[in-house]
Write a protein that binds this ligand. Structure first.
Ligand code: UDP
Length: 604
């Protein structure tokens, strides 16, 4: 009986696989033959893929209520997909359609009404199950859509999920007759498409519409495929799969950070670990993660003796770490033969960032200050968010490109360089520390300095403190940062009359950069430095983060805990990380940023 059951399902799997293969081949031939028109567009944007999936599921699962769910899901998506040619408008409309579709599915009864505790007993949700299921779906769909950023990963991960549910379905005692063929067909569909996107047809990233449909289908599977006993496990596994990339990226960040900390001198001479972070390695990683997770699920479900379970889990974990290392890390690369034209700098995001030791940066600044005034030099001190702003704000980027140099203030900038560049930045130079070194330099050489920014009370306090720490420092004047536009010229005139050498501007990002840039030609000072909230710290009003937070690149966390209204700012950090990873993916295996830089410079 059991064997016959297994055979029937295996035959479904192979039939589905064959049909998917047939459809991919024929749609490819058709797409090449067509010269344009509606059909070509529908083929290219994945509408026909959606129709095919609908037909496939209806054929293998003749269950009436299931057909109903499929119709609710597919019909609005496919109609809109055909009617709206522009992707941007489509995405806006689809967002609302997605919510309506999910709501309709949940309202018609497909809900998570309880969760089974693996050690016995259930938790019933009662009336709230509709809302719980609704949010579960929306959350799930958004996460799956995020995977669509990397080629092939969407299908990779959906086949991972479906396979996980399949393993669960096979090992559980009561099996839902709809769920099994559903899981099998979806697995076959995703699996074959995954292989095709990676190795055969260069289709690029999956159409967002198809990705939404698949996300909802897998969401439905997650609800109907699980017995009461397995519900909690399968939902945790689903979430676990999404947590892997987050944990993994954090691992990468900290791994590079520690490695860097351990061997700082070696880094100075030779470059770092090369990350083989490409579409294929990310997909290979997804595959390894699948296998590992499926073994873990099986261990949890089959529940062998405790000692065996622990041994298998430890073994899996070690193998997983080792393979991950093999997939992503190329090895240490020495590149002594390469001659770098910009010894002290790297170019990242098109910005010239200082990469050397602090002492050298001071020498460069001093060489500008020791000469008579010819033009104003702008020194910027970006952290990760500030650097990320250059990606979206062309004016801001332009200011950064014109700057004499950028001092890496934040740990994120350092990390990005370690991950992206052949020669990483050697040392993080916090803006506040660099300002103090500039005070020392000015005291030793009698440079005149001026402070502009912060509230009057803060400014007075900061000036007093600085003066007592550096008694010979020549502070020629100061001006609080709350003035009108029409007072600006008078302030600049005052600064020019005082023949200031260094102007510290503490108006915060991006006000200070805009101020410096718009007065570039009027200001007759040798050096302008944007110092953000440094005066607040120097005055003693704001405490600098403890050493632990500084050492581990967590200053942003400390500042957010102290000033919770900053939370909206740090939301940009995950976007920054995503952006760096995308850059790395683009960069691929072939060439590193530094080499690219050199070619560009040589051509320039
Ligand atoms: N500030 C100012 N004028 C303004 C707005 C802000 O002088 O119109 C000052 C503010 O008092 C504070 C600093 O600029 O001292 C802003 O620091 P923030 O911590 O926001 O900047 P960040 O360090 O994040 O660049």
């Amino acid at each position: 009986m059991k064997e016959a059951y297994l055979l029937t399902n295996l035959s479904i799997f192979f039939k589905a696989l064959f049909l998917v293969w047939l459809w991919i081949e024929s749609s490819n031939v058709l797409e090449k033959r067509l010269n344009g028109g509606l059909l070509k567009r529908l083929l290219q944007q994945g509408t026909i893929d959606g129709l095919f999936l609908f037909a496939l599921l209806s054929y293998f699962i003749p269950d009436r209520s299931f057909q109903f769910y499929l119709q609710i899901l597919f019909i609005p998506f496919l109609i809109l997909d055909g009617l709206l040619p522009k992707l941007e408008t489509k995405m806006k409309v689809f967002f609302w359609v997605e919510i309506a579709v999910v709501f309709a599915i949940v309202k018609s009864g497909l809900v998570i009404s309880f969760i089974g505790n693996p050690s016995g007993g259930y938790y019933f949700f009662g009336d709230s199950s509709i809302f719980i299921s609704f949010f579960w779906f929306i959350f799930f769909v958004s996460l799956i859509n995020l995977l669509n950023l990397i080629e092939g990963l969407l299908f990779g991960m959906t086949s991972v999920l479906c396979m996980t549910f399949l393993v669960g379905l096979f090992v559980q005692s009561t099996t839902n007759p709809t769920a099994l063929p559903f899981a099998i067909v979806l697995t076959a569909f995703s699996f074959l498409l995954w292989l095709f996107t990676l190795f055969r047809v260069k289709k690029g990233v999956t159409s967002p519409i198809l990705s939404s449909i698949i996300a909802i289908l897998v969401g439905m599977l997650s609800i109907i495929a699980t017995s009461k006993k397995l519900a909690l496990i399968s939902i945790s596994i689903t979430l676990g799969i999404f947590l892997i990339p987050i944990v993994f990226f954090s691992f990468i960040i900290y791994f590079t950070h520690f490695l860097y900390k351990l061997k700082p001198t070696e880094f100075a001479e030779q470059p770092q670990v090369l990350w083989r972070f490409t579409t294929r390695t990310v997909n290979a990683f997804a595959l390894v993660a699948t296998i590992t997770l499926n073994v873990i699920v099986s261990v949890i479900v089959l529940h062998p003796s405790k000692a065996w379970s622990i041994a298998i889990l430890c073994f899996c974990f070690l193998i997983f770490i080792r393979i991950t290392q093999l997939i992503f890390i190329k090895n240490y690369k020495k590149c002594k033969d390469i001659i770098f034209p910009l010894e002290d700098f790297i170019i990242m995001f098109g910005v010239k960032i200082f990469r050397g030791r602090k002492k050298r940066a001071l020498e460069i600044v001093d060489s500008c200050l020791s000469q008579p005034y010819s033009k104003m030099h702008h020194l910027v001190t970006p952290d990760a968010l500030c650097l990320y702003k250059t990606v979206h704000d062309p004016y801001f980027k332009d200011i950064f490109q014109k700057a004499m140099m950028a001092i890496p203030d934040g740990a994120g900038v350092l990390w990005a360089s370690i991950f992206l560049c052949e020669r990483p930045i050697l040392q993080r130079i916090p803006g506040i520390e660099f300002s103090k070194d500039l005070f020392q330099l000015s005291q030793d050489n009698n440079y005149k300095i001026f402070f502009l920014g912060a509230k009057q009370e803060t400014l007075t306090k900061a000036c007093d403190k600085i003066q007592s720490e550096f008694p010979q420092l020549n502070i020629v004047g100061s001006q609080n940062g709350y003035f009108n536009q029409d007072e600006e010229d008078a302030i600049i005139q005052n600064i020019n009359q005082l023949e200031v050498d260094i102007l510290f501007v503490a108006l915060g990002v991006p006000l200070q950069e805009y101020f410096i840039d718009r007065n570039r030609d009027k200001l007759k000072v040798k050096l302008c430095v944007g110092v953000g909230g440094s005066l607040d710290v120097m005055s003693g009003n704001l405490k600098r983060s403890p050493k632990f937070f500084q050492d581990y690149g967590l200053e942003w966390l400390y500042r957010t805990l102290k000033e919770p209204w900053r939370i909206t700012r740090i939301l940009g950090l995950p976007l920054f990380i995503l952006y760096i990873l995308k850059q790395k993916l683009k960069q691929g295996d072939k060439e590193t940023l530094a080499l690219h830089e050199i070619t560009n410079l040589n051509q320039g």
